[in-house]
Design a protein around this ligand. Structure first.
Ligand SMILES: Nc1ncnc2c1ncn2[C@@H]1O[C@H](COP(=O)(O)OP(=O)(O)O)[C@@H](O)[C@H]1O
Ligand SMILES: [Mg+2]
Length: 367
């Protein structure tokens, strides 16, 4: 089922005192039928509120929620046909795995399903979440990961129009999280169930989702495939939030990007003259033996994502650079960049090096 949110505003009235705006400040979201959409954003960006509005647990101050062509905004949660999985296990402690899952089935059907039918369906769901054989266990006899699998099976039991998950793996350790992430993707591929998945973990969103919606301060900043949001961020916020990057305060002048007086080969992307921010992924930075490189020194060499990274502190000011004026945004930039080291590249802390900037993106000087 296609799910749309149009112009959703939700203000809890606490924004003014906390200095923040509305929890949701005009959200547009269009989830295609059968899609697995991740809502990704920092804590407090409005992810849970948006999910609750879609579920019908929260009424928006303005805007509409559509399930297919139907305006579902005023339909109460019990009649919306949504399956929910939260971070904290919401299993019934006094019910077996079987009965936890069957609970949804029984509530749903007015005329009660026959026992054999229920057992058949529970068995199917347990196979789907890879827990076959555990139907007689009680929640306290399961690991955290297994409990979330049961919660998932229970949410799917009612054949919801949309499956909503709010940081479902947030309380689990890294290894179990990864397994569950994989399972959720497999289950999604097997069922084609329209799914909206909330997370603040970009790896989870980028690995799992068909598309990712990036939330910032109650607004969707960008929606796209994992590749699109990572490789073609439309704002400094998205660039900084998705993937790893370092940030340098630069100056646009004569249609070129300058860093502390040195002209860089990064395109200024049509930004007007003045201060700007340059974001650099590790692959945009290389150590060089050439004389044109920016001077700096290695502060840390560390292992990351299967490779080795060197962090470099760029020198405060090359001899030929104009002094920075006090209003320059240099104060917000720590002049640190990172590069991926080649297997045989030797680098250690304290080495004086030169850095070539081979890529990167500039954005206006405000995030
Ligand atoms: N029931 C509530 N009452 C008051 N403020 C709330 C309530 N729920 C959420 N908020 C506020 O709305 C904003 C968004 O919260 P939330 O949707 O929980 O963000 P996220 O899930 O992205 O961390 C936050 O500033 C939060 O404090
Ligand atoms: Mg939340």
């Amino acid at each position: 089922m296609r799910i749309r949110a149009e112009g959703i505003v939700k203000d809890f009235g606490t924004g003014a005192s906390s200095g923040a705006g509305a929890a949701l400040a005009g959200v547009e979201l269009d989830v295609r039928s059968g899609e697995l959409m991740a809502l990704l954003g920092p804590s407090g960006s409005g992810k849970t509120t948006l999910l609750r509005v879609i579920a019908g647990l929260e009424l928006p101050d303005a805007g509409q929620v559509y399930f297919g062509d139907e305006d579902a905004t005023a339909i109460p949660v019990a009649r919306r046909g949504v399956g929910f999985v939260f971070q904290h296990y919401a299993l019934f402690r006094h019910l077996s795995v079987r009965d936890n899952i069957a609970f949804g089935l029984k509530v749903k059907s007015r005329e009660r399903l026959r026992r054999a039918e229920i057992d058949g369906r529970v068995g199917e769901l347990l196979r789907l979440v890879q827990l076959d054989g555990l139907e007689k266990r009680y929640p306290n006899q399961l690991s955290g990961g297994q409990r979330q699998r049961v919660a998932l099976a229970r949410a799917l039991a009612i054949q919801p129009r949309v499956l909503l998950l709010d940081e479902p793996f947030g309380a689990l350790d890294a290894r179990v999280r990864k397994d569950l992430r994989r399972s959720l993707r497999d289950i999604h591929d097997a069922t084609g169930q329209t799914t909206i998945f909330v997370t603040h973990d970009q790896d989870e969103a980028l690995e799992l989702a068909d598309r990712v919606a990036i939330l910032n301060a109650g607004r969707v900043e960008q929606i796209g495939t994992p590749d699109e949001v990572h490789d073609d961020p439309r704002s400094a916020f998205v660039m900084g939030f998705v993937g790893e990057s370092a940030k340098l305060a630069v100056e646009i002048r004569d249609r070129a990007v300058h860093y502390r007086g040195a002209r860089l080969s990064v395109p200024p992307q049509g930004l007007p003259d003045g201060p700007a921010l340059l974001f650099l992924r590790p692959q945009d930075v290389a150590l060089t033996s050439g004389p044109d490189g920016l001077p700096g020194s290695i502060t840390i060499v560390r292992r990351a994502a299967g490779g080795r990274r060197a962090e470099i502190k760029l020198d405060a000011a090359p001899a030929d650079a104009a002094p920075l004026d006090a209003t320059s945004p240099g104060a917000t930039s720590r002049d640190l960049v990172e590069t991926e080291l080649g297997t045989h590249e030797v680098a250690s802390r304290g080495d004086l090096v030169r850095v070539a900037i081979t890529g990167g993106r500039v954005f206006p000087d405000r995030v």
